[in-house]
Design a protein around this ligand. Structure first.
Ligand code: SAM
Length: 352
């Protein structure tokens, strides 16, 4: 007898259904984003976070939403995984909706958290309203995001994003073991020092230099002082596009830095790293690779279409890093793929 619970198989590669699935995947991307925007604008996380669960009828009444459209909206939110739906398979008004585990992960049990994810949606909106064809024809973009951050406010915004997402980045570096034998670490583009302090706290024998632009260097000094790490974490102010790195390190780390720069800049940074590393030194890259992170890459690089100071090929696959490292006189000696928790993989390379 036919098992009705059996999952349909994925379409064979190159079949008409495979091609159509790609097309619908692209089209559904737009639908999903609009659903997410309305989910936040209607404060669905906050309302369901405080109420626990609601019927479609109560939800539409409380939010003054059209009952028919509101029902379909809630059902779609459940279909894309932002809500859980109980009952209502036939469209009944008393279908019950609650936040899904994924929505609670992103916006908290109470639905009031998620600064970083909310900000990502705001940044998406800023570019989504622009006429893309006109932008592609060269329409000037006076308020475009500039890179690197041009002033203290912009640096503070960036480093806040980095700080609130630092835990995962620290975890992948620690998990790789790449710093376990190190004693002097140069953390290039080391944010506001959060990661440098966390690494120094984990490895009592490690001294860290955070290399950063003046505004972020100032923020790093503040963090280091607040965390009481000043005995082993220091700041070196510099612009890696212009300045040579200080020398005499046995580890040089790029954590979430290289996906902001073109392959040519990355190669130049690797060459500087080679000169900064003493004998037996090791270059450590903690980065989101294109491999396995396609949606992540597309959502970031779409925005970069609207920001001219961001270059080409910023997110790169592993094989491009291998080529760039090779060109700069390094060979990869260890690779730790991203764990289930975060997007970052760790590449370790030594001078050839
Ligand atoms: C995406 S953040 C990553 C911060 C930190 N490494 C982390 O993982 O949280 C990129 C960092 O590179 C720094 N940066 C950008 N351009 C730079 C430049 N030309 N010279 C030095 N640092 C730069 C930024 O100030 C910022 O701290």
């Amino acid at each position: 007898m036919l098992d009705l619970l059996e999952q349909p198989e994925a379409p064979p590669a190159g079949s008409p259904r495979d091609h159509d699935a790609l097309f619908y995947d692209i089209l559904a991307g737009g639908a999903k984003t609009r659903l997410l925007e309305a989910f936040l604008d209607l404060q669905v996380p906050e309302i369901l976070g405080s109420r626990g669960e609601m019927t479609a009828r109560d939800f539409c009444r409380q939010l003054a939403v059209h009952p028919h459209r509101g029902w379909k909206f809630l059902h779609l939110l459940a279909t894309v995984g932002l809500l859980e739906q109980a009952a209502g398979d036939h469209g009944e008004d008393d279908a019950v909706f609650r936040l899904s585990p994924a929505a609670k992960y992103h916006f908290g049990e109470d639905g009031r958290q998620g600064y970083y994810y909310r900000d990502l949606v705001n940044f998406w909106r800023n570019v989504a309203v622009l006429p893309i064809v006109e932008v592609l024809r060269g329409m000037p973009l006076p308020n475009a995001v500039r890179w690197p951050p041009p002033g203290l406010n912009e640096a503070e915004h960036l480093e806040t994003w980095m700080r609130v997402t630092a835990e995962g980045a620290v975890a992948t570096v620690l998990n790789s073991g790449a710093l376990a034998e190190g004693s002097r670490l140069l953390d290039v583009g080391g944010g506001d020092g959060t990661i440098g302090c966390a690494l120094a706290q984990h490895y009592p024998g490690l001294k860290v230099t955070v290399f950063n632009l003046p505004a972020s260097a100032y923020l790093a000094r503040r963090t280091i002082s607040e965390k009481g790490c000043g005995d082993r974490v220091q700041v070196h102010e510099g612009d890696f596009l212009q300045d040579e790195f200080p020398a005499g390190y046995d580890r040089v780390l790029f954590s979430r830095v290289l996906c902001d720069w073109t392959p040519a800049v990355c190669r130049m940074l690797f060459e500087k790293s080679r000169r900064a590393l003493g004998p037996g030194g090791r270059l450590v890259i903690n980065e989101a690779l294109v491999d396995g992170n396609l949606d992540y890459t597309v959502s970031w690089e779409f925005r970069y279409l609207f920001y001219d100071t961001f270059g080409r090929c910023l997110f790169k696959p592993l094989h491009v890093y291998r080529e760039l490292l090779n060109d700069a006189g390094f060979e990869i000696v260890n690779y730790t793929p991203m764990p289930p928790a975060v997007f970052y993989s760790v590449i370790e390379a030594v001078p050839k």
